[in-house]
Design a protein around this ligand. Structure first.
Ligand SMILES: Cc1nc(NNC(=O)[C@H](CC2CCCC2)CN(O)CO)c(F)c(N2CCN3CCOC[C@@H]3C2)n1
Ligand code: NI
Length: 196
């Protein structure tokens, strides 16, 4: 019996990431079921490794990677509900503020208060700057499954909260600029938290 060799080494680079205009970015991604297939497990690892590489000055330079703190499967043309997140700590060598691969992530509740990043947002699938405040929930409670299928529920605020909301948006075909006020990109209501 011929042993089917797993095909060669694969790594996510900027060439793997699809750009705005590609229909997959506007699709509603499908839930993953458990146990995960070999491919789904490997994809989660590859997505996380992309973020690690993109935050390593040497690797990012070598592989021409744009910096990333999050990545959603639809961005590599896989319309499945899985996201990878790697939010580094504020200090130089601290533990990451939030890191993981989340399957079937869902916002189960959120604060009344909204928040946005003071510097606006960008997207690895959008090759242009779109200035403006991307208004999101300040705090969210996220239910998700890990790679074993175990259910988790976490509360996020500040940076991690914004990043996870950006990624979950990708699973619903939403891009960051959909949330910028078209009439006045930097208009924000009373009480919106601006994260610097
Ligand atoms: C905020 C930020 N966004 C970067 N890029 N955009 C992304 O990650 C997109 C997702 C983020 C856009 C806003 C919220 C989520 C990718 N997206 O499209 C996925 O859907 C960064 F690269 C970045 N940092 C700060 C930390 N730094 C550590 C050292 O390495 C460089 C890195 C740069 N901060
Ligand atoms: Ni994005």
């Amino acid at each position: 019996m011929e042993i089917q060799e797993r095909s060669g080494f694969f790594m996510i680079t900027m060439d793997t990431i699809i750009r705005e205009g590609h229909p997959t970015l506007r699709e509603i991604a499908k839930e993953v079921t458990f146990p995960l297939t070999e491919q789904e497990q490997q994809l989660g690892k590859d997505m996380f490794e992309f973020l690690v590489n993109s935050q390593d000055p040497i690797k990012a330079e070598e592989l021409h990677l744009r910096g990333g703190v999050g990545l959603a499967a639809p961005q590599v043309n896989v319309s499945k509900r899985m996201i990878a997140v790697l939010v580094p700590s504020e200090q130089e060598d601290g533990e990451p503020e939030f890191a993981g691969v989340l399957y079937n992530p869902k916002i189960v509740s959120h604060s009344v208060q909204d928040a946005c990043l003071g510097d606006g947002e960008g997207c690895l699938s959008v090759d242009r700057d779109v200035p403006g405040y991307v208004v999101r929930h300040a705090r969210v409670t996220i239910a998700y499954q890990d790679e074993t299928g175990a259910a988790h529920k976490i509360r996020l605020k500040n940076y991690p909260s914004i990043v996870v909301q950006h990624e979950i948006d990708h699973l619903n075909g939403v891009l960051f600029y959909d949330r910028i006020n078209a009439d006045n990109p930097f208009a924000i209501k009373e009480g919106v938290l601006v994260l610097e």
